[in-house]
Design a protein around this ligand. Structure first.
Ligand SMILES: NC(=O)c1ccc[n+]([C@@H]2O[C@H](COP(=O)([O-])OP(=O)(O)OC[C@H]3O[C@@H](n4cnc5c(N)ncnc54)[C@H](OP(=O)(O)O)[C@@H]3O)[C@@H](O)[C@H]2O)c1
Length: 437
């Protein structure tokens, strides 16, 4: 065994905040999203194992939230948007029968954070974006097991999360990290040679940078193997998601970046692998279905029977592996760079990317403009001075700057693009007029 301190996530360590044989009390943050709804499917099928006590969402889908609340009979419902409360109250009254007590409602920017600290065994953080940092820290501080799908909170606040988390308190839900978690259970830390993170390659696998110049948001949202929320889907198309996952793997398992490899595996059957020093590679494989990793997050160290479908080995299938094209997809290299820099650099990378994805989805930035802009923002940010003494204020300040700078650069690119289009149209009109003359 290695003498170094335990990493953030370790399958050999069990953190059990509440003793007892009954179902685990679970709080689901981001319950109306892709992770949240799949978690609810799992919980509903396993009432003897899990009981949901609280749900949180932004407030965009109050009917669904109210329906979930009634179905699960939760104690508390939280929404980030205060203006969503009247509609939520109405939706709850429609769902609940006369005389049935309605759940408590928490509202406001810190609603998910307050819910994350409430009485329960496990908090599943399925919120999208770095807004998930405060709830992550709150769950850890309150001593809950944290089933972590919201990778952004770890990436932007790595040292903060590390300072709070007890051994075994975090169980990764991202499929790659849940796969590494399970594979790492096969050996000791000292025996690990490298982590191999698989990537589907997204919808644009095999294309050159030039061929990516004019792809549309609808093309980027058509992921070949996974059905996910819009941000992570675009991040899968740029491979920013893989870059974030490399940083996440480094932070969770304390393995240097040089020993974390990325390999493209279009079928998304193998979710990641660990190579041990004796040359053995242990791979975790299932058909792509997030209910498998969610079940690891909610149920560990037990496995939840039939959490997700298994392979049918009576049918032929091909499993392919390719090296990553770093020219067409520079995001993984940039993510390694900001991960090595640490401090506020990962927060800047992530925040600039979130702004650029938003601009791309609105048609205000071309696909390649996402990484070009993020690279520029990261370069301008330079080498952060905070090192390991990162504070929440540092993260927020760096994010605010990165978002504003990304927006400025996006606007400039848009203006240049419009000017270019006008010039091209004028030249074409002049040429046509000359040809006619
Ligand atoms: N989907 C996957 O298969 C997958 C796989 C691996 C990792 N992940 C990670 O899991 C996280 C969630 O992804 P997703 O695909 O499930 O996203 P999603 O479908 O967009 O859902 C996001 C959820 O977060 C809620 N939310 C947004 N802002 C919030 C706030 N301020 N407070 C409370 N809730 C808020 C949304 O509520 P509204 O409905 O009200 O907007 C929604 O319930 C991301 O970090 C992603 O990277 C996802």
């Amino acid at each position: 065994m290695s003498d170094s301190p335990a990493p953030l996530a370790d399958p050999h360590l069990v953190f059990d905040p509440v003793a007892g044989d009954g179902p685990r009390d679970v709080v689901i943050l981001g319950s109306t999203g892709s992770i949240g709804t799949q978690a609810i499917d799992l919980v509903v099928r396993n009432p003897d194992r899990f009981r949901v006590t609280g749900l949180s969402a932004a407030g965009g889908r109050v009917e669904l939230l109210a329906e979930q609340a009634r179905r699960l009979r939760v104690r508390t419902v939280a929404v980030a948007r205060e203006d969503a409360v009247p509609a939520l109250r109405e939706a709850l009254s429609t769902q609940y029968g006369p005389g049935e007590p309605l759940p408590e409602i928490l509202a406001g920017a810190d609603a998910a954070t307050r819910l994350a600290a409430s009485e329960c065994h496990t908090v599943l953080n399925g919120i999208t974006g770095s807004i998930g940092l405060a709830p992550t820290l709150a769950a850890l501080e309150a001593g809950r097991t944290l089933a972590l799908a919201n990778k952004e909170s770890l990436i932007v606040g790595g040292p903060l999360v590390k300072a709070l988390a007890k051994p075994g308190q975090i169980i990764p839900v991202d499929s790659e990290h849940a796969a590494l978690f399970q594979a790492l259970a096969s050996g000791t830390r000292a025996d690990v040679r490298k982590l191999v993170v698989t990537a589907s390659g997204g919808p644009f696998r095999g294309r050159t940078k030039e061929e990516l110049a004019n792809v549309a948001p609808a093309d980027a949202l058509a992921h070949p193997t996974w059905a996910m929320g819009p941000v992570i889907t675009v991040n899968s198309a740029t491979l920013v998601n893989k870059g974030l996952e490399v940083i996440e793997a480094h932070l969770l398992y304390d393995i240097p970046f040089a020993r974390i490899e990325v390999v493209v595996h279009p079928q998304s059957y193998v979710h990641s692998m660990v190579e041990f020093t004796d040359g053995s590679t242990i791979a975790q494989a299932t058909p792509p279905d997030m209910r498998g990793p969610i079940a690891i997050g909610l149920g560990w160290p037990e496995r939840v029977p039939d959490a997700a479908p298994a392979f049918d080995w009576s049918k032929a299938s091909s499993w392919e592996f390719f090296p990553l094209d770093n020219d067409a997809f520079p995001s993984v290299g940039l993510a390694r760079h900001v991960g090595e820099l640490a401090g506020t650099a990962p927060a800047v990378f992530n925040a600039a990317n979130e702004e650029c994805v938003d601009a791309f989805l609105k048609g205000a930035l071309p696909f390649n403009g996402i990484m070009d802009t993020v690279t520029k923002v990261v370069e301008e940010h330079g080498t952060p001075s905070t090192g390991t003494s990162l504070t929440v204020a540092d993260v927020l300040e760096a994010e605010t700057w990165a978002r504003a700078r990304a927006r400025e650069l996006t606007k400039t690119q848009q203006t240049q693009q419009t000017a270019q289009t006008v010039q091209t149209t004028q030249t074409a009109q002049t040429n046509t007029a000359e040809a006619r003359a």
